[in-house]
Write a protein that binds this ligand. Structure first.
Ligand code: PEP
Ligand code: MG
Length: 547
């Protein structure tokens, strides 16, 4: 057996024969021409043909990946009609007397480089769209139609150096068991499409895929592993894994696009907890209604220097752009004790979980606090973001934080930098102190998020990371539940929404209880969203109140 690792792109398991898509870099003909008019006519005809192909692809994509995602093909049509691209090709044909194929190659190379060098992650990945489109034009010009290229009539694991959206959509869904490529990023359109279509996929494998053509394999899209010529035992193991996963997926799929409402009609927010830029796309793929908890630590942890304002801004902007009109609640830096960061200069603490964490660390490091706030406010001009303060234990902390936030807003205004003045500020209630005084705190902020991991740790005085104390870290301890209930009541008295996050938020045994306490939203890891929706939709709040 051979085993190849790569990046997991789309969940699920595929078992079957590998089919390598031979898509070698074409030898694009390059020659001089005399009749430039004729050559221009060839180009225009190819553009028209590709335009029509895209219309067909767009219709097909609407069925398989939904209207919104099918918009990629409209974007491709827009690019086809773009004057700068056309003028670039025209110049090569008319002024340099070069053939059409060469003009297309040069034009798309030029625009590929522009996109590939853009700072914005999202726009940079659109460089793939340029390649997809130029392949289509070249296929037409070199009279290689799609039907010739894609000749798959039985279910296979597709292997290729790289795949583009139109490649994936040109196969019949039932004939693609899985996809493995050498090149591809998690957020590329092709990857998004394979997730939406539920095709197990992996990428960035170093395997020489061409040599694996026709071999039997298992593709593990959860871990990003390809097993070639697997032994019987492994095969049996994966067959049952695949069956279980598919049953589970079918159950979850039945929840997609349904509103998150209780049986008696209360709308509940179902948000995602994420800790990376890619996480936003995973949240969207899993039907999240927003980001309830973006752990911003990922930008700070494990590095020698502080992330600049620009770097932070770009990350927040990329996430909120992916989320579109949906809210992204950014939790301010709350470095965990184990994530030592030399640039903070914190002296050795005997009890770091009770030490310089969250709001305390930020208030003591005003320049870092201001830098993060500036980045978030700047991102607020590009999406719907809000700010959440971690580890609050007193009124003065919230007051000081809000004062600094105001200074940052004033500064941005003076500098003429756009931000959304209605950006909300909320708090995490994750210390018992914050829960007990939540009536006062609730009057000072726009929302409350209950962090059940820390709330449990601090209420029970049990280190959440100490495995020896596992029996003392009692999930849903009565004391914690009382604090949660109290916080929800106080938030509602102050007429602000309150959500649950941390591990208890996804504990289905507690969903009904939290809803009956009055929780307005839940923030859970993306893979739990649809399960939670199914759970929430079963609850009837009109039934007898929970104690
Ligand atoms: C929590 O404490 O419950 C929480 C959501 O924050 P973290 O787990 O990041 O401390
Ligand atoms: Mg916490």
């Amino acid at each position: 057996m051979l085993k190849f690792e790569g990046t997991a792109i789309s969940m699920g398991y595929a078992i079957g024969k590998i089919h390598y898509l031979n898509n070698p870099k074409k030898n694009i003909p390059r020659y001089t021409i005399q009749d430039t008019e004729k050559e221009m006519a060839r180009l225009m005809e190819a553009i028209d043909i590709v335009y029509d192909q895209l219309t067909v692809l767009n219709e097909r994509a609407k069925e398989s990946i939904g209207n919104k995602n099918a918009l990629i093909f409209q974007f491709h049509q827009m690019l086809l009609n773009d004057n700068s691209l056309r003028d670039y090709s025209k110049n090569i044909i008319v002024n340099q007397h070069m053939n059409c194929e060469y003009a297309v190659k040069k034009t798309y190379e030029h625009f590929y480089n522009i996109f590939a060098n853009l700072e914005d992650d999202y726009m940079r990945e659109r460089a793939d769209d340029i390649v997809d489109l130029s392949n289509k034009l070249l296929n037409v010009l070199m009279s290689e139609n799609e039907a010739n290229k894609v000749n798959i009539t039985e279910p296979l694991i597709i292997a290729a150096r790289e795949l583009y959206p139109s490649d994936t959509l040109s196969f019949k869904k039932e004939n693609i068991l899985g996809i493995v490529t050498n090149v591809g990023s998690f957020t590329s359109h092709a990857s998004i499409i394979s997730r939406i279509m539920g095709i197990p996929s992996m990428s960035n494998t170093t395997a020489v895929l061409e040599r694996l053509n026709g071999r039997y394999a298992i593709l593990d899209g959860e871990q990003g592993i390809l097993y070639v010529d697997p032994p019987e035992g492994l095969l049996l193991q994966y067959k049952s894994k695949k069956q279980r996963y598919e049953e589970y997926r079918n159950m979850l799929n039945s929840q997609k696009n349904l509103p998150t409402v209780t049986l008696d009609g209360k709308k509940i927010g179902l948000l995602a907890t994420i800790g990376s830029i890619d996480g936003a796309q995973v949240a969207i793929d899993n039907d999240a209604e927003g980001i309830g908890f973006l752990k911003s630590d990922f930008l700070f942890a494990g590095r020698a220097s502080l992330p600049s304002e620009e770097e932070q801004f770009m990350a927040y902007r990329a996430i909120s752009k992916t989320m579109g009109k949906k809210v992204t609640r950014i939790c301010m830096l709350d470095m965990l004790p184990e994530q030592e960061c030399s640039y903070f200069n914190i002296s050795k603490e005997n009890n770091p979980a009770m030490g310089m964490r969250g709001i305390r660390l930020l208030l003591e490091n005003q320049s870092i606090l201001k830098m993060q706030l500036r980045a978030i406010y700047r991102a607020s001009a590009f999406g719907k973001v809000s700010i959440c303060i971690p580890m609050v234990s007193s009124v003065s902390e919230v007051r000081s934080f809000k004062k600094t936030a105001k200074e940052v807003r004033d500064e941005l205004k003076r500098e003429g930098i756009n931000y959304d003045p209605s950006t909300q500020i909320g708090i995490m209630v994750e210390t018992p102190a914050a829960a007990v005084i939540s009536d006062i705190l609730a009057e000072m902020v726009d929302f409350i998020s209950i962090g059940t991991n820390d709330l449990t740790q601090y209420t029970l005085a049990v280190d959440r990371n100490n495995e020896d104390l596992i029996n003392f870290y009692i999930t849903a301890h009565k004391a914690v539940l009382r604090l949660i209930k109290l916080t929800i009541q106080n938030a509602h008295k102050a007429e602000i929404p309150v959500g649950i996050c941390g591990d208890l938020a996804a504990d289905k045994r507690l969903t009904e209880k939290f809803l009956k306490y009055g929780a307005d939203s839940f923030s859970v890891i993306p893979s739990k969203i649809l399960e939670m929706r199914s759970e929430i939709r079963k609850v009837d709040l009109k039934e007898k109140k929970s104690k």
